[in-house]
Ligand binder design. Structure first.
Ligand SMILES: [Zn+2]
Length: 78
């Protein structure tokens, strides 16, 4: 866990990182999901979780109040 400043608590608190998959532009079927995966895989940076970086949102969540901070880093690679 990381110590980060929480806007809501107004002080440094412990944060944990969570990753959420963005609603995909592809369909929900297995075939479409696979297509999305391949697109992400060959189209750019593959992340450790196996999804394209532009398909996931990273949040830092304050373990004290539950405040979520969006922490996408994908843009830095473009
Ligand atoms: Zn907080």
């Amino acid at each position: 866990m990381n110590s980060m400043f929480c806007e809501k608590c107004g002080q440094e608190t412990e944060h944990k990182e969570i990753i959420k998959q963005k609603p995909s532009k592809y369909g929900k079927s297995k075939k479409e999901q696979f297509k999305a995966f391949l697109d992400g895989f060959f189209g750019g940076v593959a992340s450790p979780v196996g999804a394209s970086l532009d398909l996931i949102d990273r949040y830092e969540v304050c373990t004290r109040c539950g405040h979520k901070t969006l922490k996408n880093q994908g843009d830095e690679f473009q």
